[in-house]
Write a protein that binds this ligand. Structure first.
Ligand code: HAM
Length: 429
C-alpha cells in the first residue's frame, strides 16, 4: 500500500481520462464561441458569505457540503471552496460593474468545483463543471437558447438519449403563496418528517421537495405543485419558453416536481438526464433563471439564466455506452542516435524541430540504437531521425518507419521535410 492516496471523493485524472476531458473541453469552448459566450476565470474559493447568501443557507450545498477553509487568524475573513460557479460569477459581475457592459453579458467558466458529499459513482468531492451564464436578459427566448446549447453539448459529445426536463418555479409574486401552501401541507405531516427536513420547513419549505431522504419520497409526491400556483406572468413566461424550445426542435418534458437544489432560482428550472436515469439524483447537468441573485449579492436588479454541466458524469455516461476512447496523437518523429552517449546531439536536434512547431520525442536514455528504435515503433511515430557520423557534414538519416525507407537529409532541410509529412498525417496535439 502506498503511504499516501488522493483524498476520498477525489481522483487523479490520468492521461487517458484527461484526454476525454480535453475533448469535452474542446466541444464546450467551440459551443461557447458559437453561442457568443466569453471565458473568464474566478477564484477556486470565495468569502463564505458569497455562497451562504447566494446559494442559500438552508440548502444541502451550503449546510452540509461546503468545504470551509479554516481561518488562519481570528480576524481573517472566512472562505470556502466553490461548490459551483454561479455565485462567484455574479459576485464578479457586481464587483466589475458589468451592468455597464453591452447587455446581455454572456460568460462561461470551466473548472473544478468542491462539495463535501458522500462519494459514490458519479458523485465526487472534486468534480468538473462547464458553466455558462447570461446576465441582463429577462427571456423567455434566451432561456430556450441556453437550454438548447446545453443539449447540443451532449449531442456533440456523443451522449445518446439525453432528456431535457423543465419546470417553472414561479417568482417573487407567486412563490410566497405557494410556499405558504407547502408549509401548511408539510406541517400537517410534521410527525413523519426527518429532523433535518423539519428544520428546513421553517427556513425554506421548497427544499423539502428536493430532499435526498428516501422517507420523503411519498410525501413529496403528494405535495401541492408549483405549476398550480403560478401567477399569470410566470405562466406566460413558461409557455413562451416552451414555444421557443418547440421552435428550435428541442424535445423536453415538463416535470412539475423539478425545483433544483439551490435557493437562487426563479421561473425557469431545467435538468438534463440520461433517459431512464431520471430521479436517481444523477443529473448530467442543470440550471435555471435566477433573476434575484445579482441584487442579492449587492448589484442592481438584473435578470439572468445559466447552466452547469457535470463533465465527470458525461465521461461516465460515455464509458457506459462504450463511446470511442480518445486516442492521443502519436509523435511525428523520434530523434535517435547511433552513439548512445551523445545525448547532446539528440536533444539539440529535437529542440530545433520543436522550435519549428513539430511534435517529436527525443530518445535521451543512454541505450543502443536498436532499443531506441523499438520504442519509436511502440509509440507509433511515423519517422525516426537518426543522428550518426553524417552530422559532421550537416546531414542526418530520416527513416520512414511506416514505409520502411531511409534517406540522407541535410539538417537544414529536416524541419521542412517533416512539416510536409505532418500535413498529410495527423501527428502531435
Ligand atoms: P447543480 O445542479 O448543483 O447546479 O450542478 C450541476 C451539475 O454538476 C449536476 O447536474 C452534476 O452533473 C454536476 N455535479 C454536481 N455535484 C456533483 C458531484 N458531487 N460530483 C459530480 N458531479 C456533480 C449548479 O451547480 C448551478 N450552479 C447551475 C447553474 C448555473 N444554475 C444557473 N447557472
Amino acid at each position: 500500500m502506498p503511504p499516501f492516496r488522493a483524498p476520498r471523493g477525489t481522483r487523479d485524472l490520468l492521461p487517458d481520462i484527461q484526454a476525454g476531458f480535453g475533448r469535452l473541453e474542446t466541444i464546450a469552448r467551440s459551443l461557447s464561441a458559437r453561442y457568443g459566450f466569453r471565458q473568464i476565470e474566478i477564484p477556486l474559493f470565495e468569502q463564505t458569505a458569497v455562497f451562504e447568501r447566494g446559494i442559500g443557507e438552508a440548502t444541502d450545498v451550503v449546510e452540509k457540503e461546503l468545504f470551509r477553509i479554516a481561518p488562519r487568524t481570528e480576524e481573517s475573513e472566512s472562505w470556502a471552496l466553490r461548490p459551483e460557479a454561479t455565485a462567484g460569477i455574479v459576485r464578479a459581475f457586481v464587483q466589475h460593474g458589468m451592468h455597464t457592459w453591452p447587455q446581455p453579458v454572456k460568460l462561461t467558466v470551466m473548472g473544478p468545483m468542491f462539495r463535501y458529499d458522500r462519494p459514490q459513482a458519479g458523485r465526487y468531492r472534486q468534480f468538473w463543471q462547464w458553466d455558462a451564464e447570461v446576465m441582463g436578459d429577462p427571456g423567455p427566448a434566451v432561456d430556450a437558447e441556453v437550454i438548447e446549447m446545453g443539449r447540443r453539448f451532449y449531442v456533440e459529445a456523443g451522449v445518446p438519449d439525453v432528456q431535457v426536463l423543465v419546470n417553472s418555479i414561479g417568482d417573487a409574486a407567486c412563490r410566497p403563496a405557494y410556499l405558504a401552501n407547502l408549509k401548511t401541507y408539510f406541517s400537517r405531516h410534521a410527525a413523519e418528517l426527518p429532523e433535518l427536513e423539519l428544520r428546513r420547513l421553517e427556513l425554506n419549505p421548497l427544499r423539502l421537495l428536493d430532499s435526498k431522504d428516501p422517507d420523503m419520497t411519498a410525501l413529496v409526491a403528494a405535495a401541492p405543485r408549483i405549476a398550480d400556483s403560478l401567477c399569470a406572468a410566470c405562466a406566460a413566461h413558461f409557455a413562451a419558453v416552451r414555444a421557443h424550445l418547440d421552435a428550435v426542435g428541442v424535445p423536453y418534458r415538463v416535470e412539475p416536481s423539478l425545483v433544483r437544489g439551490l435557493d437562487y432560482y426563479s421561473r425557469t428550472a431545467f435538468e438534463y438526464y440520461r433517459r431512464g436515469a431520471e430521479g436517481q439524483q444523477q443529473a448530467l447537468g442543470g440550471g435555471g433563471r435566477y433573476d434575484g441573485l445579482v441584487e442579492l449579492l449587492g448589484g442592481r436588479a438584473t435578470p439572468a439564466i445559466g447552466f452547469a454541466l457535470g463533465l465527470d458524469r458525461v465521461l461516465l455516461a460515455l464509458e457506459e455506452v462504450g463511446g470511442e476512447a480518445v486516442r492521443e496523437a502519436a509523435p511525428l518523429a523520434i530523434v535517435a542516435g547511433a552513439d548512445p552517449a551523445d545525448t547532446v546531439s539528440r536533444l539539440r536536434v529535437a529542440s530545433l524541430l520543436r522550435a519549428e512547431g513539430l511534435s517529436v520525442r527525443a530518445e535521451l536514455a543512454v541505450r543502443k540504437l536498436g532499443r531506441q528504435l523499438e520504442t519509436a515503433s511502440k509509440e507509433h511515430a511515423h519517422f525516426a531521425v537518426i543522428i550518426g557520423d553524417e552530422l559532421n557534414d550537416g546531414n542526418v538519416q530520416l527513416k520512414d518507419l511506416e514505409a520502411g525507407t531511409q534517406r540522407l537529409v541535410p539538417l537544414a532541410d529536416l524541419a521542412r521535410e517533416l512539416s510536409r509529412a505532418a500535413k498529410s498525417h495527423h501527428h502531435g496535439p
